[in-house]
Design a protein around this ligand. Structure first.
Ligand code: FES
Ligand SMILES: [Fe+2]
Length: 471
């Protein structure tokens, strides 16, 4: 690792490297050559969230996942989840999906190529070649005809694929944040709804809109208004740092009302990010007896809310974590990013989850799932396809709608003559810089272990600092 001269390799391969961690060159969001380098050097080596496992509950169920022209079939085989590169070993036609039927079950028939009808079972073994005698025998050797396996690992109710056989495992790559999210009940979450939109923006612009809370004041003014102390102490000119958000000019009761109002706005604005069933429980405690000291009171109130959410949802049969315990044992940030394209917003027992895929240098597919717990046997039907809406649709919840309103115009602004760099606040917009520098390390071809070590540092870094990534 010591032999790898990252700086030199970065400059040699990369037309637009990040030279100063606080300055991000604008061209990284639209330059064709930079996009080509990401396509060739980043995406084939990273763990990509391919599907939710509840989409393939039965043996034989499969889903096609495709990104930048690489299509993979994820299938539930008898001994677990497998993934195959989606091509027929005869003349390359995709054996699954690609014709609009993007999922199904292949237990009985296996995968059947639509061109000449060759077949495979769910272990990827070829089970039928029409007119075998027409081919030279050595072309049809068993191993030659088997579907090409793609690496796949499962975590947090999802299947992740990686095209690189030499990449460290998912857990080695993403590190302890996976365990912390598991402690928050990640494995038992189910999707409640799933939306998608195409954004006319580079995939990184879309990701970065969620990497700091500094934009809340202007982009989500309703959240700022409900709890100004929370945001002003973090980003504004009020000092005092980040503690329990309280308004010293209001009574304990007024402060609690503001907290409830904030939870209500989050819930209305973003569904799974704060679930209505949790807001209802918080409301039950609006008039609870609390200490006189404001900070102690608000802190105590949150403790009670979390205890009640845990107790009441467990009583309904939901397998939720003990919220007060996991806050201490496995704290997580308001947003947790799983490099490169998946992130989660955990609040109480529910989470919103987002996945972004590039469609071109200036276009991306943006998906949102609302994830929550259900009593066993009472899970709603699994959404198999996202509801696709235009990005400015009024049917999106308010918070993503507000975020989407900036993303396309920011993409336009990046092209403006004289705009060379984004300039980042080093202590709260650091994750943006850290992400870019990990991308540069992939482009430079850094050793896999070094990439994994740097990637781990992206966990717990929402609203965080520019870090030394060891690159
Ligand atoms: S291309 Fe698939 S069977 Fe011929
Ligand atoms: Fe936002």
């Amino acid at each position: 690792m010591a032999d790898f001269d990252f700086a030199e390799a970065a400059l040699a391969a990369n037309p637009l490297p990040v030279r100063d961690p606080q300055l991000i060159p604008a061209g990284r969001y639209f330059d064709e050559e930079f996009f080509r380098l990401e396509r060739e050097r980043l995406w084939p080596h990273v763990w990509q969230m391919a599907c939710r496992l509840e989409q393939i509950p039965e043996v034989g169920d499969w889903i096609e996942y495709s990104n930048l022209g690489q299509s993979v079939v994820v299938v539930r085989a008898k001994d677990g989840i497998k993934a195959f590169h989606n091509h027929c070993r005869h003349r390359g036609v995709p054996i699954a999906g690609g014709k609009g039927n993007e999922h199904g079950n292949c237990r009985k028939q296996g995968f059947i190529c639509p061109f000449h009808g060759w077949r495979w079972n769910l272990e990827g073994e070829c089970t039928f070649v029409y007119g075998r005698q027409l081919f030279d025998a050595d072309l049809l050797e068993k191993d030659e005809l088997a579907l090409r396996a793609c690496r796949v690992e499962t975590w947090g109710g999802c299947a992740f694929i990686n095209h690189d056989d030499a990449a460290p495992s998912l857990r080695e790559t993403l590190g302890p944040v996976l365990g912390a999210l598991e402690a928050h009940g990640m494995d038992d979450l189910r999707s409640e709804w799933w939306f998608a939109t195409v954004l006319p923006a580079n995939w990184k612009i879309a990701m970065e809109a969620f990497m700091e809370g500094y934009h809340v004041m202007k982009t989500h003014p309703q959240l700022q208004r409900a709890l100004p102390s929370l945001f002003n102490s973090r980003y504004g000119n009020d000092t005092g740092g980040v503690g329990v958000p309280i308004n010293p000019n209001q009574t304990v009761r007024e402060n609690i009302a503001a907290q409830i109002q904030n939870l209500q706005l989050l819930s209305e604005g973003m569904g799974g990010m704060c679930h209505a069933k949790e807001v209802a429980i918080a409301r039950q405690l609006a008039d609870v007896e609390l200490p006189d000291d404001l900070e102690t009171a608000v802190q105590a109130w949150y403790g009670m809310v979390q205890a009640q959410i845990t107790e009441q949802l467990r009583a309904k049969g939901e397998n939720v974590p003990d919220l007060n315990a996991v806050c201490v044992s496995d704290p997580v940030e308001a947003v947790e990013f799983l490099f490169p394209h998946y992130f989660l917003l955990p609040t109480f027992t529910s989470m919103a989850s987002y996945r972004i895929r590039p469609l071109g240098p200036e276009s991306c597919l943006f998906e949102i799932w609302s994830l929550t717990h259900f009593p066993k046997g009472e899970e709603p039907p699994v959404p198999m396809e996202p509801t696709i809406l235009p990005y400015d649709s009024q049917d999106f919840p308010m918070i993503p709608r507000q975020d989407y309103s900036n993303i396309p115009i920011q993409q336009k602004g990046l092209h403006s003559k004289g705009f060379e760099f984004m300039r980042l606040a080093k202590n709260i917009e650091g994750l943006i810089s850290n992400y870019h520098r990990v991308i540069d390390a992939y482009i430079a071809g850094a050793p896999p272990e070094q990439l994994a070590q740097a990637t781990q540092k992206l966990g717990y870094n929402f609203d965080g600092r520019i870090l030394d990534l060891g690159l």
